[in-house]
Design a protein around this ligand. Structure first.
Ligand code: NAD
Length: 287
């Protein structure tokens, strides 16, 4: 039987979540998506209208299909956490059961079990502000959406995972080195995510016999990254300073490593942060 993957954080064909979905599909997995509620409608419409068809082409010429797309908002764990103002918001009112526990329950109901869970989402409302100017609310929102969301997913999905199951998230160098411009508590959120990868690997490893890893990815001009504002500079810097500088990082390169990490080839790998960044993290000085 092929593996079944749940990928959270796909709302277009530009980001890492899409590339990971594609690499997993290419490797024979069935892919289910969890898409952020406010982005769901446009994503499904674009998908239906063929806007992503070029990006969906697999090596045999067929198009990548998603087994199902669930509405999801990873800042809420269960229905009682959703504020009234959100529930009645037009984009949310059209959907239901979008909290992490409800999505996990629906995946269990619809599919029975899961082998791979990918967390490819982040959000920091004050990302453009330096930490020195970040509010408590902005900081906590960044950690809630970008880090606790992963803890919450491991809590709810580990119990429905098959033997050999594997979790993966995406982190960024700014969690361990200073990257000016990556503000709003997003650097803190990534530092916490990297630490949680180890603690969750231990806890969920012992409790559920599953693996937990993170990929520290190089810069990609995704939708989320464009919102930060300095992504073009980061791509240029990476191209100038990393050991493999001849070309830009391709999302597919991250997709391939994610697929390896979630495969039996990596059955002894857990709690690690694997850099997929053309080696930029080893440099102490930009040249
Ligand atoms: P992306 O825009 O493709 O993905 C981010 C996704 O998160 C979007 O689909 C968005 O709808 C979703 N999202 C935001 N808040 C959510 C919520 N509350 N609930 C559910 N979904 C929510 O951008 P990306 O750059 O591919 O980001 C994926 C991951 O990669 C993130 O963790 C990001 O920090 C990480 N990363 C990105 C870069 C980069 O340069 N782009 C580098 C290193 C790590």
């Amino acid at each position: 039987r092929g593996k079944r993957a749940f990928v959270a954080g796909v709302a277009d064909d530009q980001g890492f979540g899409w590339a990971i979905s594609k690499a997993l599909t290419q490797a024979g997995a069935e892919v289910i998506l969890g898409t952020w509620v406010p982005a769901l409608n446009i994503f499904e419409t674009s998908l239906r209208r063929g806007k992503f068809d070029e990006s969906r082409v697999l090596s045999d010429g067929s198009l990548m299909e998603f087994a199902k797309v669930y509405a999801m908002d990873a800042v809420y764990d269960s229905p009682e956490d959703v504020p009234e103002s959100v529930k009645t918001n037009k984009r949310y009112a059209a959907n239901s059961e979008f909290t992490v526990s409800e999505v996990a329950a629906k995946v269990k109901e619809d599919f029975g079990s899961i082998d791979i869970v990918v967390h490819s989402l982040a959000n920091g409302p004050e990302v453009a502000k330096p930490l020195l100017e970040t509010s408590r609310g902005g900081y906590l929102a960044a950690v809630s959406a970008s880090t606790y969301s992963f803890v919450s997913m491991v809590q709810r999905f580990a119990p429905i995972m098959n033997e050999g199951g594997s979790f993966i998230s995406l982190t960024y160098l700014a969690g361990e080195r200073v990257v000016p411009g990556y503000g709003g508590g997003m650097s803190s959120a990534k530092a916490a995510l990297e630490s949680d990868t180890k603690v969750l690997a231990w806890e969920a490893g012992r409790k559920h016999n599953v693996r937990v890893n993170t990929i520290s990815a190089g810069p990609l001009g995704s939708r989320a990254a464009k919102a930060i504002g300095f992504i073009d500079d980061m791509i240029q810097y990476s191209g100038k300073c990393s050991p493999l500088s001849q070309r830009e990082l391709q999302a597919e390169e991250v997709g391939n490593v994610a697929t390896f990490l979630c495969s039996p080839l990596a059955s002894a790998v857990t709690g690690t942060c694997l850099y997929v960044d053309h080696g930029l993290h080893i440099m102490g000085l930009g040249v």
